[in-house]
Write a protein of this length. Structure first.
Length: 320
């Protein structure tokens, strides 16, 4: 008799359904994992809203999972049933079980909190910092300092950054950024951020500016805080209308423009390995970032809360 599992399928904008499907059988180079948690990604919120072009439904999403190995394929070495893992996944993890190539998994210590071991967003954040190659005592400003921005605050400090400025409209995010290593936190609704950054940096601007919210306003502001010949990274997830860039000014300022994301599995796994090693060493704090938990049956409400991003929300996860 075929063993079944519950999965959440996105049937259209703002509407998941729960369905029964056969538990997948791992291939020879794959592992079958029982899902214990899966993060809700900003990109998936845009899919849930129906904002991305040419979307087809139903969609089987969920790409930030961790869990416990149930079975390893015949060619897999290094993983065994009972192992705790975080996985870089391409989707299909809003489910009780999922399969992954073993090469995309990181074996965790049993004492590591699986809810905090969100390998994919940790990988993105680590790789975003790696692309910038910060130097000792570099000054950094992260504009739109949400979940991944707060991870980046910690990675920048671990890389030796000096001044680290977090810019966000939510007080809870600003307060948390200071707890996690930011030296300054600013509300763009109350502070002339560009002027304040110039004051902090002797009139120069920061060495590194990170746009991390995917908005025209945050892109504009990031260009105003970076020093001449500094680095400007577009890290936020930009959807919708094309963005307008003052290229004449950016050109004159001789910015090094960095596109923050990576796409190759190799780079994802490298970043995930680095970040999760930092997590297990205590250098990266994820506990304060996972603020909301929902069972799979409440996935619609989970996405509503994640999309609202009210005060106090940082990251929502779907749990077993």
């Amino acid at each position: 008799m075929t063993k079944m599992m519950t999965v959440a399928l996105l049937q259209g904008p703002h509407r998941f359904s729960l369905e029964e499907r056969p538990i997948p059988v791992p291939g020879p180079d794959e592992i079958l994992v029982r899902t214990t948690s899966c993060g809700i990604c900003t990109s998936e919120i845009e899919i849930w809203k129906g904002k991305l072009p040419d979307l087809e439904y139903p969609r089987f999403i969920g790409h930030e999972p961790s869990g416990i190995v149930e079975h390893a394929g015949a060619e897999v070495s290094g993983f065994a049933p009972g192992d705790h893992v975080a996985v870089w996944s391409e989707g299909k993890a809003y489910a009780e079980y999922f399969v992954s190539k073993a090469d995309y998994a990181f074996r965790l210590r049993h004492e590591t909190n699986l809810e905090e071991a969100l390998g994919e967003p940790i990988a993105c954040s680590v790789n975003g910092v790696r692309k910038l190659d910060p130097q000792l005592n570099d000054s950094v400003c992260i504009v739109g300092c949400g979940f991944m921005g707060l991870i980046m605050v910690q990675i920048f400090r671990a890389r030796g950054a000096g001044t680290v400025i977090a810019v966000d409209t939510r007080k809870s995010i600003r307060d948390l950024s200071l707890r996690l290593g930011a030296t300054h936190a600013m509300d763009p609704a109350e502070t002339d951020v560009a002027a304040a950054v110039k004051d902090l940096t002797g009139g120069r601007g920061v060495d590194i500016g990170v746009e991390a919210a995917g908005l025209q306003a945050t892109l504009d502001l990031t260009g105003q805080v970076v020093r001449m010949e500094g680095k400007l990274e577009v890290f936020g997830f930009h959807v919708g209308e094309p963005r307008a860039v003052p290229w004449g000014f950016w050109n004159w300022m001789a910015f090094t423009i960095v596109n923050g994301p990576v796409r190759s599995p190799r780079m994802y796994v490298e970043g995930m390995t680095t970040g999760l090693t930092m997590l297990e060493a205590g250098t990266l704090k994820m506990g304060p970032l996972v603020t909301h938990r929902f069972p799979l049956r409440e996935i619609d409400r989970a996405f509503q809360v994640a999309a609202a991003k009210d005060e106090g929300f940082v990251k929502g996860i779907i749990t077993e």
